[in-house]
Design a protein around this ligand. Structure first.
Ligand SMILES: Cc1cc2nc3c(=O)[nH]c(=O)nc-3n(C[C@H](O)[C@H](O)[C@H](O)COP(=O)(O)O)c2cc1C
Length: 436
């Protein structure tokens, strides 16, 4: 198969821009690719609220082609996803084409090439934001991928550059556009930047003015409401916007009427996420174990929701003057998130969830959590130390007698002599330190 793909890539066809199957990208608010956050149940929830274009968690193309079950699972779409994109990380055209074909077979509407991931695991292999270092090479990669898999459009997600000293998004946009990508998403930060400063929408606008007539441009960074998304589309000229943290905090952000749920309604929404996780992972011990990786994690973002919040950079208060249920839902402590997730998982109905959460919000445990006085005790762990009567008590090995410093020095000298005899000069100890 590889050689066939290679042959196709060599065919001298002119570059034709791959086209998105529908006009979903115009005036759209797209759910960003979010590792861990963009799991299928969460995307299903966002689509309930009007999200029309959604993307799955980033997939390493290489592992996908090796049939890795975790990566394969990321190809799955929820039945209510209207336009679903699979994001891949690759720097190899053949690998990219093969992954695009697998995504197509799995039912994806488009594939997105990740050129923004800043994590070391990606960049040290030349993936993610490392692709921005050489715009010409990136253009080449995109061109070969669009040619090799013409049945599925390829979009590209980039940052402004690798660092503040290397902002080259105009050059990158030019090459990606000429290479035939169907859309370009620009996250208005460099790869080195964290989220402390605001996304640079002026730069996004500049790029849109330069290439917007030749390619669909999606702006990304700091959108906290539907209205703000529409304002960005109107003022910066982008075709659509992409939301990441705004959706993680408020999955209802896609609602065109700017609906703002109260605390009780939010509990219903959060329980719906738990129910979707049950349906996806299974309503049993294994399913609960799988969901426990995602559900409490979501509350790290959901707890940041505040009605009428205007900026993701805001450091909002946690508990001042909030009613008990609001205080619980705004609590940033992971111990509270775990308990909330457990309650949602165990509740058979929204009313049960609300009364259990209310009870917990008024409990001594929650007040200890708020005051940082909570020390989690795990009764099972404590019980595990009590030997059962019918269990054989294992005898521990007697500890070896301790060596004196002189003995240690002798052993080291002997080992060193052996190494020298064997010609080993560059020796590292287990702890990575060099010793003579
Ligand atoms: C938890 C989390 C996971 C992310 N995972 C990915 C990813 O897999 N691929 C990607 O291109 N960007 C990823 N991003 C970046 C977002 O897609 C988005 O570009 C960034 O958060 C800026 O948008 P925002 O200000 O709306 O959050 C992630 C962001 C977050 C917060």
């Amino acid at each position: 198969m590889k050689s066939l793909v290679g042959l196709l890539l060599l065919l001298p066809t002119s570059v034709v821009a791959s086209v998105l199957p529908t006009d979903f990208f115009t005036n759209s608010m797209i759910l960003a690719p979010l590792t861990r956050g963009g799991n299928l149940p969460f995307r299903r929830l966002c689509c309930d609220f009007g999200c029309k274009v959604s993307m799955g968690e980033m997939i390493f193309a290489r592992y996908l082609l090796q049939n890795d079950p975790v990566e394969r699972a990321r190809l799955r779409r929820s039945s209510n996803e209207q336009c679903f994109g699979v994001q891949i990380a690759t720097n190899d055209a053949e690998e990219g084409v093969a992954a695009m074909k697998l995504a197509r077979e799995a039912g994806a509407d488009f594939v997105d090439l990740n050129c923004g991931c800043p994590i070391n695991e990606a960049t040290r292999r030349g993936l993610g934001s490392a692709l921005l270092r050489n715009p010409k090479k990136l253009g080449n990669l995109v061109e070969r991928m669009t040619r090799g898999a013409p049945d599925i459009p390829l979009t590209v997600k980039v940052r402004l550059g690798t660092s503040d000293n290397c902002i080259n998004v105009l050059d990158v946009a030019d090459h990606v556009t000429a290479a035939g990508a169907a859309a370009l998403t620009i996250h208005g930060r460099s790869a080195m930047e964290r989220y402390s400063s605001a996304a640079d929408w002026e730069k996004i606008e500049e790029v849109t003015n330069a290439v917007g007539s030749r390619i669909k441009v999606i702006g990304n960074g700091d959108i906290v409401s539907y209205a703000e998304g529409q304002r960005r589309i109107a003022t910066s000229g982008v075709d659509g916007v992409m939301v990441g943290r705004g959706a993680l905090e408020s999955p209802w952000i896609f609602d065109e009427n700017g609906w703002e749920p109260d605390a009780a309604q939010r509990v219903n929404i959060y329980r719906r996420l738990a129910v979707y996780m049950k349906e996806h992972f299974g309503d049993d011990a294994r399913g609960k174990r799988m969901a426990s990786y995602f559900l409490p994690w979501h509350f790290e973002f959901l707890c940041r929701h505040r009605p009428g919040k205007v900026s993701l950079q805001d450091r909002l208060s946690e508990f001042d003057d909030m009613p008990p249920l609001e205080s619980l839902l705004a609590c940033k402590n992971p111990a509270a998130h775990k308990r909330i997730a457990d309650i949602l998982w165990e509740s058979g109905a929204d009313t049960d969830a609300k009364s259990s959460l209310f009870e917990f919000a008024e409990s001594k445990i929650f007040s200890d959590i708020q005051n940082n006085q909570y020390t989690p005790t795990n009764p099972l762990a404590e019980l595990a130390n009590i030997p059962k009567e019918d269990k054989k008590v294992r005898k521990r090995k007697a500890p070896k007698p301790k060596r004196t410093q002189d003995e240690i020095d002798i052993v080291r000298a002997e080992r060193k002599a052996k190494r020298e005899a064997a010609g080993i000069t560059d020796f590292k100890h287990d702890d990575g330190k060099r010793r003579s």
